[in-house]
Every structure is written in structure tokens, then in C-alpha cells.
Design a protein around this ligand. Structure first.
Ligand SMILES: C[S@@+](CC[C@H](N)C(=O)[O-])C[C@H]1O[C@@H](n2cnc3c(N)ncnc32)[C@H](O)[C@@H]1O
Length: 431
């Protein structure tokens, strides 16, 4: 495998390529490198960079120099698959790394181009880059560390580079879960912290199970974003849910804003009963509380629930199944007490509003770990009419950022808002 690297600073690679597994891979002739400097392809005193066009001047690598580097290296090593390191490229992740490992093994020559200054002239980049890769949404001074990151990540997948191939397969970001925690032995105990007993049992089956559970727990708690983007196996979904705290939702028809700043009660909408129950079931909600203190409204809900619990089974089995999670309550206080009684812990209240209001800490849709770190059940509260009254929002531990689009219209039905929020908070969204 031939890899050429193009850089302003070839010296940076001297120790890097000699050290550790990459050094050994070269000794074993699994890979050979050619590190070329842009200046190697310049005439004496010719600059490799030029002034950028337009005002606010900076420097960038000139297209003619890029052309000479590509032509020169390809004349030596054959046509290359050219990867430009740029912050605007495709984001490197483990999936991309695995794809690239395949590419590296198939192509006779791979060229990595590390930019500097303001980057490479856009025309040359467009003409020569087969792939643009970024290592993350931050800006470094140059593409050399990104090139090294790419090499360290990709070469691990080249057979023979890493001694134990199976350890590569089990690493974090290779499946649904991140890696399990590792401990050295000795010491069995360090600073009062002992190694989990099961790891010393010699029972491989039990150890594997324990590790998988640890991996699932760590992923739910620290990398839920990864899990929801990569969890495809039913058994992994099931295991993950053991570590997600129970979630509840409450739809309030009391203490809601009815007109201007007036607080009052609203009527129940029959669609909200089964539609929200169906969303709730889809996203694993433990119980959906419909809150109304009004007797005649309760009667309507009870009639609908009774229909789906009995006569409606034959008409629509899924609705019958979904409405099993619906419970009627008089007040938010009743909801809180009911959850506490079942769980033995008070729920954390997450308020929702179309506007940013109240004093509760605002949370974003990717901040599950902040809420779940409390190890308490979670209750999302939703208001009907024009939304939850300020005194209800004040009770929230957290307030979820409003759902928004790019338009200035913000009047979702509560059913839609709940479906969107549940999907953003608990949904699987495969990458
Ligand atoms: C200072 S940066 C240029 C940033 C460029 N003006 C921009 O805002 O997109 C100089 C060079 O560093 C490299 N670089 C910086 N950050 C990077 C990242 N996150 N991923 C890959 N390459 C990066 C690229 O090779 C880039 O051409």
C-alpha cells in the first residue's frame, strides 16, 4: 500500500511515521509512505502560497503548485485516490474510517493533501480532490494533524497492523454501543476502588454479558446521540431501554392560557386521546396522563377510552393497544404523586412551550445526559389551548427549547408538537 502525504511541513511526519504501530507496519512492508513538501515542487524562490482574491487578504496554496505536486507524485507512484483534509469536508467517523480502510486497500496509491493558511485554491481542490475529509467542526492551523488522525484511524483496519484484529472490531463506535470499561490487573484494588468481581470469575459467558451491559449503560448515559444513530438490532434496543429512565407525558387542559394572559381550562380533543397515545407507545412512554378537572370532560375521555378498551378492539387493535397507556387525572399534582408512588422517586419535570419563558434551565434536544444523570423518572408536560400557564412552567426543572422551523409561523398542534419532541428526544435516527 502506497500512501503519499502532501504538506507544507514534511518534518512533522518524521517521528510520527517511525513510531508505534505505523512504524512497525512499514517495517513489515504493509505500507510505504512518500511525504512530499509543496515547496519540493516550487522553483527556487517561488512561493507555494499566493494572496487570496477579494478584500480581507490571506494566503492560500497556489493551484499551479498543487497541479505540479499531483502530477509529480502520480508519475512516481501511479494514479492516486486523492483525499484533501479540509474543515468543510465530510465528517470523519468510524463508519467512514471503515469505508476508507477498504479504499486504502483497493487503490494502489492514496494521496493525502494537508492544507495550510486559508487552504488550497478552490479551483485546484475541485479539480483534484476525490474526497474531502474533516476531522470535526473546528479549525486547526493546518491539515497535518487531520492527516495523522486519518492515518491512525484507517491503518488500524489494515490486516496485520494491529495485532489483535478482534479488539478493533469491538472498539467504540463499531456497533450500537461504545466500548466497555477496561481495568488492569494487578492491582485488584486501587485507591479503594475494586475491579468488578465478575471480571475475575473466569466465566467467559458471564463476563461478556457484564461487559455488554456496561457498554449499553455507558452509551445511553454518555453517547445517546451515537446510539440513536446506529442502533439497528432489536436486542440492542431492548438492552438500551433498560438504562433509559422511564418517561411520562402529561397533557394539561387546566392552568393553560386561553386568551391573552388569561389562565383557565380547555376542552379535550378526542383525537388527542389516541393519537398522542400512539406517539407515546412508539417512543416507549410509560404512561400518558390526560389532565382535566372538569367532570363532563372526564366523561367524554372515559367513553372514548372505554370504546378502545372494549368494542374498538376488533376495529383497530393498535389503537386498543396504544390507549392502554392513557390515564385520566384531575391535576398535575395528582400526576406527580402517581409517578412518585410507582417509581419511589419524584419525576423531573420538563416543561415545553412555543416561547422561551420561565426561569427553569433551558435544555436542547441533545441534552438527554444532563436530565438522565439525575436518575429520576422524567415527565414532559404539554399545554393545550395557548400553552401552559406561567405558574405551571415555573414548576419545571428544565424547559425544553421550543420546536422551530425556518419560517416565522409557530403554531403547531399539541399532537404534532408532542410527536416531534418525542422523536427528537427518544427517537432512533439512523446515520
Ligand atoms: C486555517 S485552515 C483553513 C480554514 C478555512 N479558511 C475555513 O474556514 O474553512 C487551514 C487548513 O487546515 C486544515 N484543517 C483545519 N481544520 C481542519 C479540520 N477540522 N479538518 C480537516 N482539516 C482541517 C485544512 O487542510 C485547511 O486547509
Amino acid at each position: 500500500m502506497k500512501i503519499s502525504v502532501v504538506t507544507v511541513f514534511p518534518k512533522l511526519y518524521q517521528d510520527f511515521l517511525k513510531t508505534s504501530l505505523i512504524g512497525r507496519a512499514q517495517e513489515q512492508e504493509l505500507v510505504t509512505f512518500d511525504v512530499a513538501g509543496f515547496s519540493d515542487y516550487c522553483q527556487p524562490k517561488e512561493r507555494l502560497d499566493g494572496q487570496t482574491a477579494g478584500h480581507g487578504s490571506g494566503m492560500a496554496i497556489r493551484p499551479e503548485v498543487m497541479e505540479r505536486v499531483v502530477d509529480g507524485l502520480e508519475a512516481k507512484h501511479g494514479k492516486a485516490y486523492r483525499i484533501f483534509l479540509t474543515p468543510q469536508g465530510q465528517k470523519l467517523n468510524q463508519k467512514k474510517v471503515m469505508e476508507l480502510a477498504q479504499v486504502f486497500q483497493e487503490k494502489q496509491h492514496v494521496m493525502l493533501v494537508a492544507g495550510r493558511y486559508e487552504g488550497i485554491d478552490a479551483r485546484a481542490q475541485e479539480a483534484y480532490a476525490d474526497l474531502e475529509i474533516s476531522i470535526g467542526d473546528y479549525i486547526l492551523m493546518g491539515g497535518d494533524l487531520p492527516a495523522m488522525v486519518l492515518l491512525e484511524a484507517v491503518l488500524r483496519y489494515v490486516p496485520g497492523v494491529v495485532g489483535k484484529a478482534e479488539s478493533v472490531q469491538e472498539d467504540s463506535f463499531s456497533g450500537s454501543f461504545v466500548d466497555f470499561p477496561t481495568f488492569t490487573v494487578p492491582p485488584r484494588e486501587w485507591n479503594g476502588k475494586a475491579i468488578p468481581e465478575i471480571l475475575l470469575s473466569g466465566n467467559h459467558g458471564q463476563v461478556d454479558l457484564f461487559r455488554k451491559r456496561c457498554a449499553a449503560e455507558q452509551t445511553v448515559k454518555k453517547h445517546f446521540g451515537w446510539l440513536r444513530a446506529h442502533c439497528t438490532k432489536q436486542e440492542d434496543k431492548k438492552l438500551a431501554t433498560e438504562f433509559i429512565p422511564n418517561h411520562y407525558i402529561a397533557l394539561l387542559h387546566d392552568k393553560v392560557i386561553i386568551q391573552q394572559d388569561q389562565v383557565g381550562t380547555s376542552s379535550v380533543t378526542s383525537l388527542d386521546i389516541h393519537d398522542i397515545a400512539r406517539s407515546g407507545r412508539t417512543y416507549g412512554i410509560k404512561e400518558y396522563f390526560l389532565v382535566t378537572p372538569l367532570q363532563d370532560q372526564k366523561k367524554i375521555v372515559a367513553t372514548v377510552l372505554d370504546f378502545w378498551a372494549n368494542a374498538g378492539i376488533d376495529y383497530n387493535k393498535q389503537r386498543h393497544e396504544a390507549v392502554k397507556i392513557v390515564t385520566l387525572k384531575d391535576s398535575l399534582q395528582d400526576v406527580l404523586e402517581s409517578i412518585e408512588q410507582k417509581e419511589g422517586k419524584k419525576p423531573l419535570i420538563v416543561g415545553t412551550s412555543a416561547r422561551s419563558v420561565g426561569h427553569a434551565e433551558l435544555i436542547k434536544f441533545n441534552e438527554q445526559s444532563k436530565v438522565w444523570a439525575h436518575e429520576r423518572p422524567v415527565l414532559f408536560i404539554f399545554g393545550t389551548a395557548k400553552g401552559l400557564a406561567p405558574q405551571v412552567i415555573e414548576r419545571s426543572d428544565y424547559l425544553l427549547l421550543p420546536v422551530q422551523g425556518f419560517s416565522d409561523f409557530n403554531h403547531l398542534s399539541v399532537r404534532s408538537a408532542i410527536a416531534i419532541i418525542l422523536d427528537r428526544w427518544l427517537g432512533i435516527n439512523l446515520d
